[in-house]
Design a protein. Structure first.
Ligand code: KG4
Ligand code: ZN
Length: 340
């Protein structure tokens, strides 16, 4: 039974996990840096890198102890090799290299986006091919996942990622970081029809996204109001979330049509990345898939946001296909999953 240790440190979570071939997560540890970044309303790269260094060794030790395993029981060591904040990526890559070198284990460097992309195979045993909506703080794209390492890009954002738009909306409203969960919570008591926000690219063909116009419209509405009370904020959150949902629904409808043409038999939509934790967006996407006779798979919120299990699992998938990385692998700030 293959077992892989995974290390994730590309943004504001230091996360470690051990998974096995039977799709069991043996143990995991996650340390979020929200408290450190909250005063700044966003992730500060230098603070993030230092926070990763301070806890990574302890989290690895705790994960091993909870799993009651020794390093000799592991088959490979995987870590996020990029893309992400380079200081954090360096911490994870160096930690993985050190463990792999001391214990003479294979090293596997994972593209963070591939970690998100393959999580549905860990949680739901989804088989290839499937359509993937990847929506996180740094990325917003639609891909056909044909196999491990085989991704076909259908569309991506031309400006902001959707999670980024959630975070910026929250910041403008003075809501706590990270913004996505704050916006979703307040939206629950808001009236989505009060502010007429745009649906960027609506009516245009294709699967690209754009969120900067939506973000600017939110800013202008906020400025026009001057001071905002709690109801104003809730209504703005609801309006923003409704606009985001309409955009996702339209773009995914296009993607389903495109993929049914180019890849007959494809009938599963997987949603991954932090924004997939949003229950309202999930319900809207559920309706689209049902309309097309498709299946929707969304991992649990804890496995949608950054975590160690997704990196360990992607490492395991690569390991069993014979993939190995060299110790001269250099951490990558940029690393597209698919060309386009
Ligand atoms: O995948 P992730 O943990 O980190 C990146 O790789 O970016 O995604 C984080 C993003 C943040 O922008 C956060 O605000 C957003 O996911 N997010 C949400 C929710 N939970 C997290 N956005 C909307 N609704 C949520 N419930
Ligand atoms: Zn992520």
């Amino acid at each position: 039974m293959l077992r892989v240790l995974g290390i994730e440190s590309s943004c504001d979570e230091t996360a470690i996990a051990i998974v096995d071939e039977a799709r069991t997560i043996h143990a995991e540890r996650i340390r979020s840096q929200w408290e450190e970044h909250r005063p700044y309303g966003g992730v500060v790269p230098e603070i993030a890198a230092r926070a990763h260094i301070e806890c990574v060794d302890r989290l690895v030790a705790e994960t091993m102890e909870e799993a009651a395993l020794s390093f000799s029981d592991l088959d490979a060591i995987a870590a996020t090799g990029g893309p992400g904040l380079i200081g954090g990526v360096i911490v994870g890559v160096m930690t993985a290299k050190a463990i792999a070198s001391v214990h003479k284990k294979p090293l596997i460097m994972i593209n963070h986006l591939e970690g998100h992309a393959l999580t549905a195979r860990l949680t739901d045993d989804v088989s290839f091919p499937y359509l993937l909506l990847l929506v996180s703080g740094g990325h917003c794209q639609i891909l056909i996942v044909e196999g491990v390492g085989s991704y076909r890009l259908l569309g991506k954002t031309r400006d902001d990622a959707l999670g980024e738009a959630f975070d910026k909306t929250a910041k403008m409203l003075g809501l706590p970081y990270p913004g996505g969960p704050s916006v979703e919570r307040l939206a629950g008591s808001g009236d989505s029809s009060r502010f007429p926000l745009p649906r960027p690219l609506a009516g245009k063909p294709g699967c690209d996204f754009s969120f900067s116009g939506l973000k600017n419209a939110v800013r202008m509405e906020i400025e026009a109001l001057g001071t905002l009370n709690e109801q104003d904020k809730a209504d703005m959150c609801a309006a923003f979330q409704a606009a985001a949902a309409d955009v996702l629904e339209e773009r995914i409808t296009h993607a389903i049509a495109l993929s049914m043409q180019s890849c007959p038999g494809l009938s599963t939509l997987v949603v991954a990345g932090g924004v997939a934790a949003n229950q309202m967006l999930k319900m809207r996407l559920q309706a689209v898939t049902i309309r097309h006779g498709w299946k929707l798979v969304v991992p649990s919120p804890a496995l949608c946001t950054d975590n160690g299990a997704m990196i360990a699992w992607a490492g395991l998938e690569r390991f069993r296909l014979g993939h190995r990385d060299n110790f001269d692998f250099e951490p990558r700030a940029r690393w597209p999953l698919a060309a386009g």
